[in-house]
Write a protein that binds this ligand. Structure first.
Ligand SMILES: [Zn+2]
Ligand SMILES: [Zn+2]
Length: 345
């Protein structure tokens, strides 16, 4: 297994971000990332710059739609017209190009301090054909947690990760509900713009790209090393995303080196995103070997319900029923690791 770390949902100066692709890639390299995916609003201008920059694989998609139903469209080669009122048309257009897409920040609540409290929710859950959900959008989560100027000042200057409690609970609940019927992929997005917030005494560059690249990160589990060739590497990243071979890691808490979570049968093992038939005697096992047992809290979620909570850095429990199983890990109470589900069928 070859884990690669990547940040998805980045805005450059081609839309409302503040830096160019080259500078952002340099920040990503300095932050230890293997890949980044640019998603500017309604433009694929970054596509011409796809490739390796400073050793980081740069891929380019687009964020589509305006007032609501923001959709991260990846693996497309032609721009797609927004259709706020008919998100299915956008999803279908992405799929017709052989792309894949993610519902972005579906349940954000907004903050009166930022953009006058505007939110861009996802309302239509009758849609189909999307690859997954951005269950943790760092900037949305931050805004949701900052509702007063006092909170804004405190968090902006003294405790920037204070408002962050983990993935959006409503988005995770929806993900758990939908994955009872079909396979989807949960991802984290930074929504990096390199904002400059100005509101009364609050004037701060809160989230430079280099900061966000160390927050919630996608750790894709590749079956082979990432290719040095653009087209091969691109196919590897998008295939892993389609298959849900992803573990979300908040690198501000710690790296996830050595972490694993799988379902184990007599002659087979299933990692996050994989399916395996239910057989008697199966077990679910996990470990965070680099952390002290008492610092870690593991939460095992079965079909969206908490099955077990352990104050330990390892888990080894019998698997008694089919369904989806995913693992959450908190490190010293900080939200840390959120796996995609293993599907026991
Ligand atoms: Zn958006
Ligand atoms: Zn965005």
């Amino acid at each position: 297994m070859f884990p690669v770390l990547g940040n998805i949902h980045i805005h450059t100066a081609y839309s409302d971000g503040s830096s160019g692709v080259e500078a952002i890639a340099r920040d990503a390299a300095a932050s230890g990332l293997d890949f980044i995916i640019i998603t500017d609003h309604h433009t694929l201008r970054g596509l011409a710059e796809e490739g390796y920059h400073h050793g980081v694989l740069v891929l380019c998609g687009s964020e589509i739609n305006r007032r609501k139903h923001h959709y991260l469209a990846l693996g497309i080669s032609e721009e797609i017209a927004p259709d706020d009122d008919n998100p299915q048309a956008v999803i279908d257009a992405v799929n017709r190009q052989g792309g894949l897409g993610f519902i972005a920040h579906p349940f954000e609540k907004g903050s009166p301090l930022v953009m006058d409290g505007i939110t861009y929710p996802w309302e239509n859950w009758e849609v189909d054909g999307f690859c997954g959900i951005e269950v943790w959008n760092w900037c949305s989560a931050w805004r949701d947690g900052v509702q007063t100027l006092a909170q804004g000042l405190y968090y902006a200057y003294l405790n920037p990760e204070g408002p962050i409690t983990g993935p959006c609970p409503e988005a995770l609940a929806r993900f758990d509900l939908l994955t009872q019927k079909k396979r989807l992929t949960a991802i984290a997005g930074s929504d990096a713009h390199d904002w400059h917030i100005r509101r009364g005494p609050l004037c701060r560059r809160i989230f430079p790209y280099s900061y966000l690249f160390r927050t919630a990160t996608n750790c894709l589990l590749l079956p082979a090393p990432l290719s040095p060739k653009l087209q091969e590497a691109k196919a590897q990243i998008y295939t892993a995303l389609r298959r849900g071979r992803n573990i979300i890691v908040n690198r501000l808490a710690a790296e996830a080196d050595g972490f694993y979570f799988c379902a184990r049968a007599e002659a087979a093992v299933a990692l996050p995103g994989e399916s395996i038939p239910f057989t008697p005697g199966m077990r679910l096992v996990a470990a965070c070997p680099k952390q002290r047992p008492r610092d870690v809290t593991l939460i095992l979620v079965h079909n969206g319900h908490i099955l077990a909570t352990l104050r330990h850095n390892t888990l080894d429990v019998p698997l008694e029923a089919p369904g989806t199983y995913r693992l959450e890990a908190y490190l010293k109470k900080k939200p840390w690791i959120f796996t995609n589900p293993v599907y026991i069928v």
